[in-house]
Structures are given as structure tokens and as C-alpha cells.
Design a protein around this ligand. Sequence first.
Ligand code: OAD
Length: 270
Amino acid sequence: ATLPERSLEAVAEHIKSGKARRIVVMTGAGISTAAGIPDFRSPKTGLYSNLARLNLPYAEAVFDISYFRNRPEPFYVLAQELYPGKFHPTISHAFIALLAEKGLLQMLFTQNIDCLERAAGVPAEKIVEAHGSFATQRCIECKVEFPDEHMKAHVLRGDVPRCGECKGLVKPDITFFGEALPRAFSEKSHHTAMADLVLIIGTSLTVYPFASLPEMARKETPRVLFNMEKVGSLGSRSDDVLELGACDDGIRKLAELLGWTDELHDHWRN
Ligand code: OAD
């Protein structure tokens, strides 16, 4: 085993000893719930259990490309609610930015489309937005990009933007079910095999191929899960540490053990 025991204390010692210089972080919607953005699958509070008003055949249809072609309106109802700009990064986002500042962040893989990791100050070259983001958008037919200001106006009104060239539907460059992930995902996933510590924060690990990333970590690389519930295969390896509960609590605890509390708070407020 790499860690003397399966605890956050041991993880903090691993970092303090200088043995963790290439930390890979993987995040999902749970890292942003404290910012006020609902996740997808939590019972009662998750988006998928609150979409009845949209009359979808099944919840995930709202992010399904073939459904979108016929009925883009439900997606744009959600987009109006989820559009970046009105939310602030959480303490867990700030922790990732602090890792980057300390030169310890090898790569962040996020499934989120809220852009809060950028807002927290994680450098763009350290972020892989595995499911795309709201940052850019294009026509699903002719692929011509659509201007940001026009997009913003449409989304804030809650109506469906159409391509200026061919009148095709415009969609943010978010990966829908039925679409390939951005090239950066496959190009950068090898960073996981280079990691000497993996932190997994706020994800149910149910959507592939992202869900297979933690499996790409080497056997001797400690993996730490900060999540409400146990997910994926986390816990199956001798160096897996499960920190179950709100991720901000677990991250605060780790920062405290590292002696980084003040720095973390400076980052959080900017
Ligand atoms: P999910 O909603 O599937 O999972 C969120 C996880 O975070 C759950 O395990 C929650 O228990 C946990 N969680 C919620 N709040 C938390 C908190 N404050 N602290 C710790 N854990 C918390 O979200 P994702 O795993 O991100 O894809 O979902 C993966 C993909 O499914 C999304 O990227 C999206 C969705 O369909 C697309 O839209 C393509």
C-alpha cells in the first residue's frame, strides 16, 4: 500500500511529504450543488426528478441529440436556469485552483458545464471539460459558430436560437447523449495514468466514458472520493479513501490537515 492507512490524514501526509506532485482531479455536478446548481441524479433535488413540467419521454432526453433535433425547447428552458454568470465557485472549486497555484495540479477533468472551475481561477490549460461547456455554440447542421452575445440574449429570453446561415438549430458545445466527447478528453486522459494522487469530487460516475477515468489510475495511486455516497469502484483498492458527506466539508478538512486553510479562504474570496 502507498498510504499507511485509509484516511484523509494519510492523504495530507502524502501531499506534505512531496510524494504527490501530479494530482488529477475529477469532478461532477455534486461539486456545484453548494453554489445553487442542482445535480442530475440526487433524489428530490436533482434535475432529472424535477423535469415533469417539461413533458419529456424520459429525463435524460433533455440532453439527447436526437430528441433535441425534434424538440429543442425543453433544453432551452433548462439553459435559461443553468446559464453561467449567476453562480459563484464553491470552496471545493477554490481548492482545485489552489492546487494549480502550488504547481500540484496535473489535470482537472470535469463533467460540468457551469464554467465554475475557470471562475475559481483554475488555468484553462489544466481543465478538460469532458462534456463541453456553455462557452461556445454552433449550428448542429452546418456547424457554423454562433455569436456569444446573440446566444446570451436568446438563452436569457428562453427562446431557441437559429443559425444565421442555414436556419439550423443552434446548440451550446455541450456533449449530449448520442454525441462524441470533445477531442481533449481522449487526448488528455493519459494524465490519469501519470497521477500520484487522484481526487474524485461530486459525481455519481454513471456516465461513460468519464466514469472509466478513475480506473485508469495506477494501482499504487491513492484515490480519494469526496461524495455524498459511495460510487463506482471506489473503495475496492487498498489505497482508496472514502470521505463521504458534503464535499466542501471533506475539502475543508483536507485543507486544514495541510495547513492551507487561510490560503484557501483567500482564494475563495479572490
Ligand atoms: P450526478 O447528479 O449523476 O451525481 C452527482 C453526485 O454528487 C451524486 O453521487 C450525489 O450524491 C453527489 N453530491 C451532490 N451534492 C453533493 C455535495 N454537496 N457534496 C458531495 N457530493 C454531492 O452528476 P454527474 O455525476 O456530474 O451529462 O452526472 C454525470 C453526467 O450526467 C453529467 O455530466 C450530465 C448528466 O447527464 C450530460 O448532460 C451529457
